[in-house]
Design a binder for this molecule. Structure first.
Ligand code: SF4
Length: 597
């Protein structure tokens, strides 16, 4: 074994330990040192952790940001969301590839650089964007790419690249009850100690807070169930795996309101009696890692984390940041827990739910970043205050990540109940024909329904709000989403694994002008199977964009239909050209004859 691999694995073990739970961090760290996870590295990690190599390889091959082949000294991955594409991402990527004399998806021959696409990286408000060795490059244009190409050719280390290339704005355009008022670090924890865990739980109950990740389960109910569940330990997890395309509000919270979130996590730990918590930070937000670690250190230094928090004997709690490595499905809470345990992030069977059997089989509450921030505000301002905002079913406010065809993309905080039309006016939407609320798995709202309201009882959303003008082709929007789901299906169950691929292929076939009414019928049947038979929410919702755009914008499908009957996407006769050449045959029997001939 080479000493380079040995040393890198030894350093990784020193940092992440020898338990399987540290394996994802170990893999990420070793890759960032060595540029790849080779077979030799997999063997070394398996030996060091005392695991079969197959288990290490299963994890390493599951995550998009990990790779076994060499991607060179600079790996540049362009975000491929529909919004990035609308801002010219494809042309820019091609431009950079030409400047670097490479092809997308292939490392340069000298092993210097690799350029490709990846799923949405959470920069819909400042795209087109890319990652270089995991760090975010927002607001790309040709001038920036010229500079990046010369930095790559010079072989300049990332630390020496101009800082302005990496500046991410938080873009909070409208602050409301959650964000407008300054927050004093520790104020929620202090108030929690005054109220006691029962008092605090009563406030959360009164607030009617529901999880902001999209499922909208009542937070107090989940906490009560977790607190009452028996286990050697209890855990709190903050789900910062914000992977739904078009969503970036958690990024803004973690960047500019970290203490609000960290107070919320600490308060949750107080309620359920947890001594250990995690922030599962999506790998695409690597740029936030250092500032969050610094915030945790500040809190340890001021008695807001560690033993006897704020002097309360027995209240011991600390938070660890665990980095993801590129897998949309890890936003699903049981997949996230699998990932925390060092495994491929595949959703578990439910029940049991994590609140009774989560991380390492122990009671665990998993809450979205925004939910944690709401918990902190409720602790300080009270449950009645929170319940007085919004609608009778949906209390509080919602952070919306607004992107697409509008003059002022960014994060907008509105009380629940705001109309789609109001948000469109706020952001300066340009001739909007539709809004995708909640990302690809959410709802496509056409111009006829702009009076609908952002609320659990009407349009529930985790936060994405993508605006599409009249000039946009909604078929292409749906096609982009089918590519996203096919890439992100975890492969665990057949209806989703095969269904997402067939959907993507059929949409590509329609786009190529080879589709027929038969294909539309086939897609409808397929979508029905996926909805009924898939294991988790990804499979249940993956067909939503096609279903909804077919309903709302049928003309964008119909004009692509070549025939009313079946039209094959594959030309079998043309595929036999090579065989005919090799055998020297060109007679009728060497051709697939059409019905007319
Ligand atoms: Fe994985 Fe899709 Fe099945 Fe969910 S529905 S478990 S993402 S294959």
């Amino acid at each position: 074994m080479s000493t380079g691999v040995q040393d890198a694995v030894a350093r990784g073990i020193a940092r992440h330990g020898r338990l399987r739970t540290g394996m994802l961090g170990l893999l990420v760290g070793v890759q960032s040192e060595l540029g790849q996870i080779s077979g030799e590295t997999l063997d070394a990690i398996a030996r060091a952790l005392g695991l079969p190599r197959a288990q290490v390889e299963a994890t390493a091959s599951f995550y998009h940001l990990l790779h076994v082949d060499n991607h060179g000294a600079y790996e540049i991955l362009f975000s491929d969301s529909i919004v990035d594409q609308m801002q010219g991402q494809r042309d820019l990527m091609q431009y950079l590839c030409e400047r670097l004399w490479i092809q997308p998806g292939k490392a340069s021959e000298d092993g210097l650089v690799y350029v490709d696409i990846t799923s949405d990286i959470g920069m819909g408000d400042q795209g087109p964007a890319a990652l270089v060795n995991g760090y975010t490059l927002p607001s790309l244009d040709r001038n920036r790419l010229d500079l990046i190409a010369s930095l790559v050719r010079e072989g300049k280390p990332l630390e020496a690249w101009p800082r302005m290339l990496f500046v991410v704005a938080d873009n909070v355009r409208r602050a409301g009850p959650l964000l407008a008022k300054a927050f004093e670090p520790g104020s929620a924890v202090r108030r929690a100690l005054e109220l006691g865990s029962d008092g605090l739980l009563a406030e959360l109950d009164l607030s009617n807070l529901r999880g902001r990740g999209g499922a909208y389960y009542k937070t107090a109910t989940k906490l009560r169930s977790c607190r009452e569940a028996r286990g050697a330990a209890h855990y709190v997890v903050c789900n910062a795996d914000e992977g739904e395309p078009g969503t970036f509000k958690d990024r803004a919270l973690l960047q500019s309101h970290a203490d609000l979130v960290l107070d919320g996590i600490t308060v949750l730990a107080f309620v359920i009696g947890a001594r250990r918590g995690f922030i599962y930070l999506r790998g695409e937000y690597l740029y936030l890692h250092a500032s969050l670690e610094a915030a945790l250190d500040r809190r340890r230094a001021t008695g807001l984390l560690g033993t006897a928090i704020l002097g309360r004997s027995g209240f011991d709690f600390d938070i660890e940041i665990r980095l993801g490595a590129g897998a949309y499905i890890c936003g699903e809470e049981t997949a996230l827990i699998e990932s925390l345990e060092g495994k491929p992030g595949k959703p578990r069977n439910r029940p049991p739910y994590p609140d009774t059997r989560g991380y390492l089989g122990a009671p665990t509450v998993v809450n979205n970043v925004e939910t944690c921030a709401c918990v902190a505000r409720i602790a300080v301002e009270g449950g009645a205050w929170f319940a007085s905002i919004g609608t009778s079913h949906s209390s509080g406010s919602k952070l919306l990540s607004v992107s697409g065809d509008c003059k002022r993309p960014g994060v907008y905080e509105h009380a629940f109940g705001v109309t789609v039309r109001q948000v469109l006016e706020d952001c300066g939407a340009v001739h909007p024909q539709a809004v995708q609320v909640g990302g690809p798995s959410g709802t496509c709202v056409s111009w006829k329904e702009f009076e609908r309201r952002i609320a659990i009882e009407d349009l529930p959303t985790a936060g994405a709000f993508m605006v599409f003008s009249r000039e946009r082709d909604m078929f292409e929007v749906a096609r982009n989403f089918t590519h996203f789901f096919a890439r992100e299906s975890c492969g665990f169950c057949t209806p989703c694994r095969v269904g997402t691929t067939l959907l993507r292929n059929t949409m590509d076939k329609l786009a190529a002008g080879k589709g027929s009414a038969y294909d539309l019928r086939q897609m409808s049947a397929l979508m029905d199977i996926m909805l009924r038979a898939s294991h988790c929410g990804l499979g249940h919702t993956a067909a939503n964009p096609v279903v909804q755009t077919m309903e709302e914008f049928p003309e964008s499908y119909e004009r692509r239909l070549a025939h009313l009957d079946f039209e094959p996407a594959f030309d079998l006769d043309a595929a036999l050209d090579t065989a005919r050449l090799i055998t020297g045959r060109d007679d009728d029997w060497a051709h697939v004859l059409s019905e007319e001939s």
